[in-house]
Design a protein. Structure first.
Length: 150
């Protein structure tokens, strides 16, 4: 084959350090586009992004030219630097160290987009910790709960 053709769709979830509720609605309106710009710069466009005050969900089309770990390092590092410029209340802002990266097929895109769009409604009833554990179990990802929340 003369060229590399890929479809790498990934549902990514990560939270603020210690799940501190720092993502305010007014900041969220600028944070998400900022993160989308980082993704675009890596040829990994977002298909959906949303979250709550303590965590974010993104559905991305991962470029064939970057690994997910490198992409997430840039997204988190650059957005953390940006958010710290948004006022004194953000000077100690940090993302958690890790993330969950869940692969999906093209047929799952509408369902994941809908799930991401409804995050604020969903978390009126469910804690982030319970949501993440349920996702890890659904995708059969082994984890050690001693380290998952750092």
């Amino acid at each position: 084959m003369g060229q590399s053709l890929v479809s790498l769709l990934v549902h990514v979830v990560f939270s603020t350090k210690n799940r501190v509720k720092l993502i305010r609605p007014e900041t969220e309106q600028e944070l998400y586009p900022y993160m989308c710009g980082i993704l675009r710069n890596h040829a990994s466009p977002r298909l959906a992004i949303n979250g709550t005050a303590d965590h974010i969900h993104m559905l991305i089309s991962l470029s064939k030219n970057i690994g997910l770990a490198d992409l997430m390092e840039d997204v988190k590092k650059d957005s953390s630097k940006w958010i710290k410029t948004q006022g004194a209340g953000y000077k100690n802002f940090h993302w958690q160290d890790g993330y969950a990266g869940l692969s999906i097929g093209q047929s799952g895109v509408p369902q994941v987009k809908k799930y991401i769009a409804r995050q604020k409604e969903h978390h009126k009833k469910a804690r982030f910790q319970d949501e993440l554990i349920a996702l890890l179990k659904k995708y059969e990802i082994d984890y050690d709960e001693r380290y998952i929340w750092t």
